[in-house]
Design a binder for this molecule. Structure first.
Ligand SMILES: NC(=O)c1ccc[n+]([C@@H]2O[C@H](COP(=O)([O-])OP(=O)(O)OC[C@H]3O[C@@H](n4cnc5c(N)ncnc54)[C@H](O)[C@@H]3O)[C@@H](O)[C@H]2O)c1
Length: 330
């Protein structure tokens, strides 16, 4: 089978492609389908060179390009292409073109294929914000407080309606903040949650722009990739009518993250974190939901990370080159 991954050259896209290549098959409805081809579509060329991977460069905002991506052999589509929260907020037009128009173009292309492909849309907990209940559930009304969250929510509604019309078999998952993101910081407003682990482990100073007690809803890249694959594997009957789902994560404060860093990276790493309040970031992060009841997802078999320490340990294991000598590897 052929799989299309938009935004495939990005952080989660590359991890997902590696996981798919390792498995060699995509599970759907209890059947393992051998993977013949993965189309990695992104505005930048993917770096994974492998006979089963076709790296295709182009913009999701261009309908003509997108219409050529979904063929009759495309059984599964994973839609990750997006500009992230800080970027979508700073450049309204870009966010609308990529996150909203791009999603519509992709769904139109899936419809035009006429094969009702299975489509997974990576939404975000940023669809929730503002005056929220203490614990957000799948029944909480989404009230996004930024353009990114609005664009993700509209994307979910489009997935829901294309699914209802029988054009696709659609599923949207609201991804927690993913830590620890390797490499250079991106435009995500939540970037510091990764930075305060990644930078000190590399021997570099990191800025904490929010109060240490600030809580966030977190998941590791390993857990998110596993949950993406589970979301595609489940039969339609497990999803039912409502196709948007809050993914399990864990609630942790920045203090919890720093404690895990100290345990695995040592006190010298902790001392590289500098508190430098940024009112704009604080305001935005305060408007996000940190506590979720994900019983629906858990009943469907989705599972979160065990604790913050295991998230940091996974980062150290997966990125040995990015970690200065001294950090504990288990
Ligand atoms: N990482 C997180 O914490 C997190 C949390 C919630 C949701 N998500 C969602 O998961 C998805 C993947 O996130 P990520 O962390 O890998 O982000 P990322 O920025 O690493 O990947 C997104 C990819 O989209 C590509 N892209 C941007 N504009 C494009 C365009 N016009 N045409 C084609 N490709 C374009 C980028 O080049 C990039 O490779 C995104 O949709 C994001 O909104 C991520």
């Amino acid at each position: 089978m052929e799989i299309l991954i938009t935004g495939g050259a990005g952080f989660l896209g590359q991890q997902l492609i590696r996981a798919l290549l390792d498995r060699g098959a995509l599970e759907m409805d209890g059947v393992q389908h051998p993977i013949s081809r993965i189309v990695c579509f992104d505005q930048v060329e993917g770096v994974l060179v492998e006979p089963r991977v076709a790296n295709v460069a182009g913009s999701i905002a261009d309908p003509a390009t997108v219409s050529s991506l979904v063929g009759r052999d495309t059984r599964a589509v994973i839609h990750l292409a997006a500009v992230v929260s800080g970027t979508a907020e700073a450049d309204f037009d870009l966010g609308m073109r990529v996150n909203l128009d791009g999603t519509r173009h992709l769904l139109d292309a899936c419809r035009a294929a006429g094969t009702r492909p299975r489509v997974l849309f990576s939404s975000s907990i940023a669809v929730f914000g503002g005056d929220l209940p203490a614990v957000v559930t799948d029944a909480t009304t989404p009230t996004p407080q930024g353009s990114y969250g609005v664009q993700k929510l509209i994307g979910e509604l489009l997935v829901q309606d294309f699914n209802r019309k029988g054009f696709i078999d659609g599923r949207s998952v609201r991804v927690p903040t993913v830590v620890v993101r390797p490499g250079a910081p991106n435009g995500a407003a939540s970037g510091f949650a990764s930075g305060i682990i990644r930078e000190p482990l590399a021997g570099v100073e990191a800025i904490l722009p929010v109060e240490p007690d600030t809580e966030m809803w977190l998941a590791s890249p390993r857990a998110v990739v596993r949950m993406f694959l589970h979301a595609l594997a489940l039969p339609e009957s497990a999803w039912g009518w409502h196709r948007s789902l809050n993914l399990p994560g864990l609630v942790a404060s920045m203090r919890d993250e720093i404690a895990a860093l100290g345990k695995l990276g040592g006190q010298a790493a902790v001392e590289l974190i500098r508190e430098q309040p940024d009112e704009q970031v604080r305001r935005l992060v305060r408007s996000w939901a940190a506590r979720f009841d994900t019983s629906r997802a858990r009943a469907m078999g989705f599972t979160a990370d065990a604790d913050v320490e295991s998230i940091v340990r996974a980062y150290i294991e997966d990125n040995p080159g990015a970690v200065r000598v001294g950090a504990t590897r288990h």
